[in-house]
Design a protein around this ligand. Structure first.
Ligand SMILES: Cc1cc2nc3c(=O)[nH]c(=O)nc-3n(C[C@H](O)[C@H](O)[C@H](O)COP(=O)(O)O)c2cc1C
Length: 247
């Protein structure tokens, strides 16, 4: 693969939030996980382990948990913000936010072992400005997660990055039998997209590359960031509500 092919893959990958129930070919998930486990990690700590879930009952239970949490916790907080910058998943009410990945043929639970942070004294003791020791482990997990998404896209399939809140994580660990010492970092439903891909939304590359020094003339004010979030929200509506035009 050359750089142009890689760029094309990076641009092509989209978050998919609704899947058909069509099964995916054997071996794809294992290859994608093989790729993911080649991710970079601080001091090569490799905190990741993966649970591949296909059982419908288990997947339904996971979706039920997340739906209930969206309704009881995310929506009441989200609605305290002005409508225009509310997350597109829940703009007008909790009823809008069912876990759309209920049909996904496979869900991968990205598990991690934070004890591996001890792989390096530097990592475990001296990087508080990076958000503390836990943050380092989370970055490692995020790297593996990103590679998994790219690998799935390379296979012509779709995947979603499903954040796992603290409250949901406790329940998921019980459901999946994950040891207390470990975390569930993310859930990744994988399958055939139910809707055509949406256009990706990214800032203009010219606005974000600086050469040699940060170009202060392009520094954004708080108002600029607010306005950016407003337009971002408008543009990203179709990613959460296919077929619905931005409003
Ligand atoms: C840390 C992190 C958390 C995310 N959490 C979620 C999530 O809970 N649900 C979801 O559908 N997408 C989630 N995403 C995906 C982003 O919403 C998505 O990458 C972004 O909107 C850009 O869209 P794209 O992936 O289609 O390019 C998450 C991504 C990251 C990196």
């Amino acid at each position: 693969m050359n750089i142009d092919e890689f760029l094309e893959l990076a641009k092509k990958r989209r978050s998919v939030r609704k899947f058909t129930s069509e099964p995916i070919p054997d071996g794809i998930v294992e290859k994608a996980l093989d790729a993911a486990h080649w991710a970079q990690s601080g001091a090569n700590a490799q905190p990741w382990e993966f649970i591949v879930i296909k059982d419908r009952q288990t997947i339904n239970k996971m979706c039920d948990m997340i739906d209930a949490w969206m309704i009881s916790t995310v929506w009441p907080i989200e609605k305290s913000r002005v409508r225009e910058i509310r997350h597109r998943m829940v703009v007008d009410g909790p009823g809008e936010a069912p876990a759309g990945w209920r049909n996904a043929p496979v869900v991968v639970a990205m598990c991690g072992d934070p004890r591996t942070t001890q792989a390096s004294v530097l990592v475990s003791q001296y990087l508080p400005h990076e958000g503390g020791t836990g943050a380092h482990s989370l970055k490692n997990m995020a790297n593996a997660t990103q590679i998994l998404h790219l690998a799935v896209a390379a296979a012509g399939l779709g995947s979603e990055w499903v954040s796992v809140s603290y409250a949901i994580e406790r329940k998921l660990k019980e459901l999946l039998g994950v040891p207390d010492e470990m975390i569930i970092h993310t859930l990744i439903p994988i399958g055939h997209p139910a809707n055509p891909p949406t256009a990706g939304v990214r800032r203009d590359i010219k606005d974000i590359i600086h050469y040699e020094k940060y170009d202060q003339s392009r520094a954004r004010s708080a108002d600029d960031v607010y306005n950016y979030l407003l337009t971002l929200r408008q543009k990203s509506t179709p990613a959460y509500k296919p077929g619905q035009s931005p409003k």
